[in-house]
Design a protein around this ligand. Structure first.
Ligand SMILES: *[C@@H]1O[C@H](CO)[C@@H](O)[C@H](O)[C@H]1NC(C)=O
Ligand SMILES: *[C@@H]1O[C@H](CO)[C@@H](O)[C@H](O)[C@H]1NC(C)=O
Length: 445
């Protein structure tokens, strides 16, 4: 007979290796990963998978058509009419670098209109940079997206026919990140200044103004004025609000760039207040007419003003000019009074299913709106309160993230809470309106 001690030792000798080996076998064979079915709590009563409640499919919107047929058939810049003679860019480039960034995420027609309007207002095409911020990586460059895809961008048209440049962001950026990418690009090119324009704007030189100067020339003059040391430290010049803006790169670097934690709305408040806190100057300037639009001319060729050349004498301030101004005034008014809100133009195209980096157009729109809302909350946390006027409220740069939330007097807080509630109501109504109007999409104008 074995003593109890010896017995225990023998059992150990047999069982311990057995346990180790079977453990390894079970682990290797993957049995370990299988959880017995009976242990998984079942949400459905039957054996079938639950069926998600899917949203009804909206009718396909009216397909968009290209808004510059002449350019669609052109192979190079020489196939396009010349820029109106009175707007022609200087034959020798001005001494200053004058890059103009135009960010693009969605809506090809609006972008093309913006670009062509800058070219025909005298901006040197070689100085115009479309910053592709679609998140489709090389797909547009490789021509893999089609016109009905919201993120469609025609590289050939922009570079070979219109003669401008395209730079792509590496992935989809928020507004704040895109702005920092402008700074980054300016630094990489040693550009002390850059201009940037919203892609839902359109410009023309002011032809009623005497003596006449093209929009580009006036923008350069505005830049030169700020170069005088007596002028003071420039941060940014705004032409027609910030529809077109001039930025002094170093000022934006000095305050650490845009706060990317505030992705869309309020990030401009945060940036500009921080610039003012350091006594940088932000001023208004004028260069010509700049509109904020949500629609495009049917044919951009009219911007080349061919009909205004009579016996090779060119006519400024002609009926064509007045007609253009009228049209853009109407388009701006339509945007401002659109029942669907200001931001309807982003969701005009809903095609591109199956193409690289395809995203549901309505889902994309919804998600961006959610980020916009989120940004307001971050701003509120950062400065302890929601409204834009953080300097007027007595705060200095070092107060960012260092004040108690809701530090302000209760009556001020109450007023703001009321304001926020009201604007949330308005936005909710806008979203609802937009959803209904998306469902019965109007033809694109
Ligand atoms: C562009 O090239 C194509 C193919 O060579 C040609 O058919 C077309 O006529 C050209 N367009 C113009 C405006 O010259
Ligand atoms: C920018 O300036 C630096 C220093 O003078 C120079 O080395 C670099 O090549 C310049 N970059 C460009 C793009 O001109």
């Amino acid at each position: 007979m074995l003593s109890p001690v010896k017995l225990r030792r023998s059992l150990c000798l047999v069982f311990v290796p057995f346990l180790i080996i079977s453990g390894i076998v079970i682990f290797q064979s993957g049995v370990y990963h299988k959880i017995p079915k009976s242990l998984v709590p079942s949400l459905s009563t039957g054996a079938e998978k639950p069926i998600p409640i899917r949203k009804p499919l909206a009718d396909a919107p009216t397909p968009i058509v290209d808004n510059f047929p002449l350019a669609a058939n052109a192979n190079s810049t020489t196939d396009l009419p010349p820029v109106p003679s009175w707007n022609a860019p200087p034959t020798i480039h001005v001494a200053e670098s004058t890059p103009l960034f135009i960010g693009f995420t969605r809506n090809w027609r609006l972008l093309q209109q913006t670009v062509v309007s800058y070219i025909t207002a005298g901006w040197p095409p070689g100085d115009i940079y479309v910053i592709e911020n679609t998140g489709v990586m090389g797909s547009n460059c490789d021509g893999l997206l089609t016109l009905q895809n919201p993120f469609y961008l025609d590289y050939h048209r922009l570079m070979k026919v219109l003669g401008i440049n395209v730079i792509s962001t590496p992935t989809l950026f928020t507004f704040a990140q895109l702005q920092n990418f402008y700074i980054y690009t300016a630094l990489a090119n040693n550009w002390t200044h850059y201009f940037w324009a919203h892609m839902d704007t359109v410009v023309v030189s002011d032809e009623e103004r005497e003596p006449f100067e093209p929009l580009y020339t006036r923008a350069v003059s505005a830049l030169r004025e700020t170069l005088d040391p007596n002028w003071g430290p420039l941060a940014t010049l705004w032409f027609a609000y910030d529809r077109l803006a001039l930025v002094r790169t170093q000022a934006f670097v000095d305050v650490g760039g845009w706060d990317t934690m505030i992705p869309f709305y309020m990030t401009d408040c945060d940036m500009h207040e921080r610039l003012w806190m350091r006594d940088f100057r932000i001023e208004n300037a004028e260069a010509g007419k700049v509109w904020d639009v949500a629609s495009s001319l049917e044919d951009l060729e009219v911007l080349y003003r061919k009909v205004d050349y009579v016996d090779s004498n060119a006519q400024r301030n002609s009926p064509t000019y007045k007609d253009l101004v009228q049209k853009f005034d109407d388009m701006q008014r339509a945007k401002a009074t659109d029942s669907g809100g200001r931001n309807t133009w982003q969701a005009r195209q809903r095609g591109g299913q199956g193409e690289p980096f395809y995203r549901d157009a309505e889902g994309f729109e919804r998600a961006v709106w959610m980020w916009m809302e989120f940004g307001r909350d971050v701003f509120t946390e950062k400065w302890g309160r929601g409204p834009c006027d953080i300097r007027d409220a007595g705060m200095i740069e070092g107060d960012a993230w260092r004040v108690e939330k809701g530090w302000e007097k209760p009556e001020v807080q109450w007023k703001y809470a009321k304001m926020k509630e009201e604007s949330a109501k308005v936005r909710a109504a806008e979203m609802k309106e937009k959803e209904t109007s998306n469902a019965k999409e109007k033809p694109v104008v």
